[in-house]
Design a protein around this ligand. Structure first.
Ligand code: GLV
Ligand code: MG
Length: 320
């Protein structure tokens, strides 16, 4: 069985309503790492069925370049889910990277999707196991079960926070998605984000922050994105082209951090080599580095490389 790719860049994940051919066309020229064509909440009930075909056409005939191509289907509590999956995957399976499953409540919901995907792949003669699953956590039950959800299937590539539905699910006293509810003196999202991050990382998955709906408020978007990036999140949804550059920047390392990370990796490789004295630690300028520094540097360097960054400094072994 093929394994899914859990290392795709997902700094910016662009939401595109699946019912709108004009938006589907426009999305192909935007610099988002991922696009997801939506059959769920951005698609009105009356057009959900026709949108399935609009999406199949856009996936098969569009030019998506290296973007990760995702379709968000409706959740299992509706009657739409199985037909969303069957129509989209039978129609465009080879041109699709992942299915996003919203409002996941427990592991069985992901497993049901996994089984359905396997049957479609076998029936259609597609590579079995190539299509990944993105699991959206949008309610209290999903958060309580998130460890089991993260472990539920080898197809799971990422856990995604759905703040709008989540705020409704827990009765949070705010209508501004992603912003702090008035009257609470700390960060009301800290526990939720950390919980998702731990579940994802303990299963080697990516973890993505959801939408920020005030699309004219660039600084608000940046602030919320910075909070998720600082904790370790891999990316965030973008609902408008204006949010893409901010997400790509905030979820990439800075040039200084990227250069520094590559230097740490070189210095560590050199000091542990015979030429460098086969030592377990070394000095890089005034900084002492060891195996733990190497692990931290690998994360930053990996994100920089995935973002296509180039080094601007070169490691010189110390002369003594
Ligand atoms: C996204 O689906 C959200 O509910 O925030
Ligand atoms: Mg939602």
């Amino acid at each position: 069985m093929t394994t899914v790719n859990r290392l795709r860049p997902r700094r910016s994940c662009l939401a595109v309503p699946g019912s709108n051919p004009r938006f589907l066309e426009k999305a192909q020229a935007l610099p988002a790492d991922q696009v997801f064509l939506d059959l769920e909440d951005a698609c009105a009930p009356l057009v959900k069925e026709s949108a399935r075909h609009t999406i199949v056409d856009a996936l098969n005939n569009g030019d998506w370049g290296s973007r990760t191509r995702v379709v968000r289907v409706n959740d299992w509590t509706t009657h739409w889910t199985y037909r969303d999956v069957v129509t989209v995957v039978e129609g465009a399976g080879p041109n699709l990277d992942c299915i996003m499953l919203p409002k996941v409540q427990d592991a069985t919901q992901v497993q049901a999707l996994d089984l359905l995907l396997t049957q479609i792949e076998k029936t259609m003669g597609f590579e079995v196991g190539r299509i990944g699953i993105e699991a959206q956590i949008e309610n209290a039950k999903g958060l309580v079960n998130v460890d089991a959800i993260a472990a539920s299937s080898p197809r799971v590539e990422t856990i995604i926070f759905g703040p709008a539905d989540f705020m409704a699910s827990i009765n949070m006293k705010s209508l501004v998605v992603g912003e702090q509810p008035p009257g609470y003196p700390a960060d009301a999202y800290h526990y939720i984000l950390m919980r998702l991050l731990m579940a994802a990382r303990s299963h080697d998955l990516q973890v993505i922050d959801g939408p920020y709906l005030q699309i004219r408020n660039q600084e608000g978007y940046r602030e919320v994105a910075r909070r998720a990036a600082a904790l370790g999140f891999d990316g965030k949804w973008v609902l408008h082209p204006d949010q893409i550059a901010a997400a790509n920047e905030i979820f990439s390392p800075t040039q200084d951090d990227y250069d520094h990370a590559e230097l740490i990796l070189d210095a560590y490789e050199w000091c542990t080599s015979e030429a460098g004295g086969a030592k377990g630690s070394a000095m890089l300028g005034d900084e002492m580095i060891d195996e733990a520094s190497r692990k931290m540097a690998l994360v930053i360097a990996g994100k920089g490389r995935a973002a296509g960054m180039q080094r601007t400094s070169k490691f010189e072994p110390p002369q003594d």
